[in-house]
Design a protein around this ligand. Structure first.
Ligand code: MF3
Ligand code: CO
Ligand code: CO
Length: 263
């Protein structure tokens, strides 16, 4: 079912979930430095989500299908060539120059807020800085085309065009998704495609845009843990994600952080 909010009450609850998810990304930034482990970052987020925000971390014990083990942690931490769904680990110590995505999904009052951003431990390489910037621009270009009457292919096309103009590639196997009471709902919001194709957006729909952009080839593989997605060529990957509400004139960015301005 497509996540479509029909009441002011549901919209208010999605706004709250989105704002709380964003606040976790705002909190964690100052903790990211060479020497910290990804499980320490997970635990800081986990404690805030449960104890301070009184939310449920949606990834914890989440599973996407039969045979996939439950995700064992509260957030995803994806470092360098990890595309997405990295599992926080006490073995993963950040080193100077690492590029890291933290992906937070909270459930508040039955509604989900899903958002991620990129961080650097210490001083990034020139390539990492450029990939991370272009990937954020891809997300923003996708958001810019969202309004009632636009189509899903318009979003994918905007993202793919910007990524490829910068000689980067778009991951095809994972996509944005409808979101609301359900974590991963229809439609699939792919990050490539043709304008004027795909589902027509309607006011009240809520979905994520979360482009994964690779410095090298687009191909990915899944590690034996059945979760961690990495680039086949082991080159860098970056991702940014927001949860959006479609309005008559555009998109309301439900997971907007203080540092961002839209519109
Ligand atoms: N937050 C991810 C997304 O954007 C999904 C993570 S599922 C998990 O859709 F189980 F790995 F956490
Ligand atoms: Co998502
Ligand atoms: Co996410």
């Amino acid at each position: 079912m497509v996540s479509r909010l029909t009441s002011e009450d549901e919209i208010a609850k999605m706004r709250t979930a989105g704002r709380l998810a964003a606040s976790v990304l705002e909190m964690i930034g100052e903790h990211i430095r060479p020497g910290i482990t990804t499980v320490e970052l997970n635990d800081l987020c986990h404690r805030m989500i449960e104890d301070e925000l009184d939310c449920v971390p949606a990834p914890l014990n989440y599973t996407n299908g039969p045979g996939q083990p439950p995700f064992p942690k509260a957030v995803c931490t994806s470092v360098n060539h990890v595309v997405c769904h990295g599992i926080p680990s006490d073995k993963k110590v950040l080193k100077n120059g690492d590029a890291l995505n933290i992906d937070v999904t909270v459930i508040k009052d039955g509604f989900h807020g899903d958002t991620s951003k990129m961080y650097f431990a210490g001083k990034p390489t020139v390539l990492a800085e450029r990939l991370v910037k272009v990937t954020q621009e891809c997300l923003y270009r996708g958001i810019e085309v969202v309004r009632a009457g636009a189509r899903l292919g318009d979003i994918g096309h905007a993202i793919q065009t910007h990524a490829e103009a910068n000689h980067f590639s778009v991951v095809r196997e994972f996509c944005g998704h409808g979101i609301g009471r359900t974590f991963h709902d229809e439609p699939q919001v792919v990050h490539y495609g043709q304008p004027g194709t795909g589902m027509v957006l309607e006011e009240g729909m809520t979905f994520t845009i979360e482009p994964m952009i690779n410095a090298g080839k687009r191909d990915v593989k899944i590690l034996p843990d059945r979760w961690t997605v990495v680039t086949k060529d082991h080159k860098l990957s970056a991702q940014w994600e927001h949860t959006l509400l479609v309005t008559s004139t555009g998109a309301e960015v439900l997971t907007r952080r203080e540092e961002e301005s839209f519109g």
